[in-house]
Design a protein around this ligand. Structure first.
Ligand code: DC
Length: 235
């Protein structure tokens, strides 16, 4: 399906996927794609157009007008850099709804596969290892317990001088996991489902970010060695 070497990293929100995979990709010199930012850019577009996001037909009618391009650092929506705007709370609220529409997902998945045709990519998301690149040589399920994710968010909020209520944060994380896992399309797998599909588990609950980065790199290097061995046997 992909000619380049693809690394898929899926897992729940708040497990450190984004920051750890940024570091992994930089250290290995491979392109990093945050698939969530593509769905966010589409949500931003329809929001700006004032489309009723619950009207699937109306949202899908906008698809031909939307072009998204990602660089390592930025997200371009029809040529405009929207990297900051796609993180707005309004987009947070809308994107779980719009990203469920199947033809929209198909357009995003096609674009995601295109990136892997020309270069090595590390792609993070929810459905990368079972939908976008089911045959990727490395498919990682990066997670951490809900309590640990809540703990990290709590400390982050305190450090940023924001209000922080641990129980409230934990409830939100559990709610978000449920929402992500119970979607009809592009759902987040449970750990059990991911393991059954052959993902490698990386549990960062008791790991520092550096340890998590090193664990992912070790899995990638092992897969590269295996690939080299297969290539040498075939060639
Ligand atoms: O990872 P994130 O929070 O930026 O993702 C934004 C939204 O996009 C979230 O609601 C889940 C959705 N998403 C998706 O449906 N499929 C992906 N591969 C990645 C994200």
């Amino acid at each position: 399906m992909n000619n380049g070497f693809a690394v898929a990293v899926d897992g729940p929100a708040g497990a450190g996927k984004s920051s750890t995979t940024d570091t992994v990709a930089k250290r290995l010199g491979i392109k990093k794609i945050n698939s969530g930012s593509m769905y966010r850019a589409v949500a931003l577009y329809v929001l700006r157009k004032g489309v009723d996001i619950h009207d699937e037909e109306a949202v899908l009618a906008q698809l031909p007008n939307i072009e998204i391009e990602l660089t390592d650092e930025d997200v371009f929506l029809n040529g405009e850099n929207v990297i900051t705007e796609i993180r707005n709370p309004v987009v947070d609220a809308v994107v779980p709804i719009t990203s469920e529409y199947l033809p929209l997902r198909k357009k995003m998945v096609a674009k995601q596969r295109e990136y892997a045709k020309t270069t090595e990519v590390l792609m993070e998301g929810r459905d990368i290892g079972y939908e976008v690149f089911p045959d990727a040589p490395v498919r990682i399920y990066l997670h951490a317990s809900a309590k640990e994710r809540a703990n990290r968010r709590y400390k982050q909020n305190i450090a940023n001088g924001m209000a922080a209520d641990y129980e409230q944060i934990l409830n939100k994380i559990n709610e978000r996991d449920m929402q992500d896992q119970s979607r009809k399309h592009g759902r987040l797998l449970t750990l059990e489902d991911a393991l059954a599909k052959g993902y490698i588990e990386v549990d960062s609950s008791n790991m520092s970010e550096e340890e998590t980065v090193n664990a992912i790199i070790a899995h990638i290097n092992a897969a590269r060695r295996k690939q080299c061995f297969i290539d040498s046997q075939e060639g």
